[in-house]
Design a protein around this ligand. Structure first.
Ligand code: FAD
Length: 319
C-alpha cells in the first residue's frame, strides 16, 4: 500500500530551494503510489503551484501568512504542527538546511516523533523507508528505519537526483492559528559568497591556510567567478582571519556536495573532509605531496596554488 508523504518546501530569495525538488523526488520513490503533499509557507507562495506539480505533488497546502515570510522557530513550529494534524502523513521530509536543522528537532519533540537527520539515501524496503546517514564525520554510514509511526527525516542538500513527474495538483489554502509569538525578525543582514549560495553551489573553489592571507583568496575568487561557482574555506583559513566563518566547510561548518570541489592549500583534515568528501569530483592543489587531501581527491595537482590557480583560471576562460 502506498504511503502518505508530506514535503515541507523552502523558499529562499524568491525561489524554491533545490533541496525541495530533491525531497519531492525522494517522496515519489518512498510514496510508492501513495499521496504526496507539499506545503509552502509565506505570502505569494502560491506562485510555485505549477512548479510543484511538475515533481509529483498531488496536493499543495499554501500557508499564506505574512508571519511566515521570514523563518522564526515558534511561528513555523506552531504552523507545521497544525498542518501535520491535518494531513496525517506517514513520512515527513525536508531539507537539512539551516531551517531544517532548527525546525525538525523542535517539531519532532513537539509531535513526539523520532527524527533521522542529514540523510543521504532513502529506499523502501519491505514497506518501511530505510534512510542512510553519515556518522563519525563521514567515516561510516548508518542505516535507520522506523518500524512504526510517522517517519520524519531531513535530507542533505545536493545528494539526490531530481526527477520530474508532472501530475494534477490540488491547491488547498491553510490558515494556521499562530499566537503568542516570542520572536520578531527586525532586519536580515546577508553575507554573500560571490552571488552563489555555498550550500547549493555546483562548483566550489575552497581555500585553506595555504592561501596565507585575505588577499590570497583573490585568485580563488577569480577562478570561482569564471566557473560560476562559490568560494569556500577550511577552518584553518577562517581561524587565521583570511575569510568569514560563513565560508567554513566541514564538521563544524557547512556540508556541501557540489559537482566539483577544488581544494587549494587545504591539508585535508578529517573535520574538513566531513564537509566535502561527498563532492562528485574533488581536485586538490597542494605543494605537499604527502598532504592527506590527495587521498580524498580524484585529481591532484602538486604545486604552489599561487601559480596553479591563475593558470586554471586562464584555461577555463578559454573554454
Ligand atoms: P593546514 O592544516 O595548515 O594546511 C594548509 C595546507 O596548505 C598544507 O597542506 C600545506 O601543504 C598547503 N600549502 C601551504 N602553502 C601552499 C601553497 N602556496 N600552495 C599550495 N599548498 C600550500 N576544519 C575545517 O576545515 N572545517 C571544520 O568544520 C572543522 N571543524 C573542526 C572541529 C573540531 C572539533 C576540531 C578539533 C577541528 C576542526 N577543524 C575543522 C580543524 C581541522 O582539524 C584542521 O585544523 C583544519 O581543517 C586545517 O585547515 P587547513 O587545511 O586550511 O590548514
Amino acid at each position: 500500500m502506498g504511503k502518505k508523504v508530506l514535503v515541507l518546501a523552502e523558499i529562499k530569495d524568491g525561489k524554491l530551494r533545490h533541496v525541495t525538488y530533491e525531497a519531492l523526488t525522494v517522496a515519489q520513490q518512498v510514496a510508492q503510489g501513495g499521496e504526496i503533499t507539499c506545503a509552502l509557507f509565506g505570502s505569494d507562495s502560491a506562485v510555485f503551484t505549477d512548479e510543484i506539480s511538475k515533481y509529483g505533488a498531488n496536493t499543495l497546502y499554501v500557508v499564506n501568512d505574512e508571519r511566515l515570510e521570514v523563518y522564526t522557530t515558534d511561528a513555523y513550529v506552531q504552523t507545521v504542527r497544525q498542518l501535520v494534524d491535518e494531513v496525517e502523513p506517514e513520512v515527513i521530509l525536508m531539507g537539512h538546511t539551516a531551517i531544517g536543522k532548527d525546525l525538525a528537532p523542535r517539531l519532532a519533540a513537539r509531535l513526539k516523533l523520532g527524527l533521522i537527520s542529514d540523510c543521504t539515501e532513502a529506499v523502501l524496503d519491505d514497506d518501511t523507508v530505510v534512510f542512510t546517514r553519515p556518522i563519525y564525520a563521514g567515516k561510516a554510514f548508518q542505516r535507520r528505519r522506523f518500524r512504526n509511526g510517522t517517519v520524519f527525516a531531513t535530507l542533505r542538500p545536493n545528494n539526490f537526483e531530481v526527477l520530474e513527474k508532472p501530475v494534477e495538483t490540488e491547491v488547498v489554502p491553510f490558515l494556521p492559528a499562530i499566537k503568542d509569538l516570542r520572536t520578531t525578525v527586525k532586519e536580515i543582514v546577508k553575507k554573500t559568497t560571490g552571488g552563489v549560495d555555498l550550500s547549493e553551489a555546483k562548483i566550489i573553489v575552497s581555500g585553506g591556510r595555504g592561501v596565507k592571507s585575505a588577499n590570497g583568496f583573490k585568485p580563488l575568487e577569480e577562478l570561482a567567478e569564471v566557473l560560476h561557482g562559490a568560494v569556500g574555506a577550511s577552518r584553518g583559513a577562517c581561524d587565521a582571519d583570511f575569510c568569514d566563518y560563513s565560508l567554513q566547510i566541514g564538521q563544524t561548518g557547512k556540508v556541501v556536495t557540489p559537482d566539483l570541489y577544488i581544494a587549494c592549500g587545504i591539508s585535508g583534515a578529517i573535520q574538513h573532509l566531513a564537509g566535502m568528501s561527498n563532492s562528485k569530483v574533488i581536485v586538490a592543489v597542494n605543494k605537499d605531496p604527502e598532504a592527506p587531501i590527495f587521498e580524498a581527491a580524484d585529481y591532484g595537482i602538486i604545486g604552489d596554488l599561487f601559480e596553479v590557480v591563475p593558470l586554471l583560471t586562464e584555461e577555463f576562460k578559454k573554454a
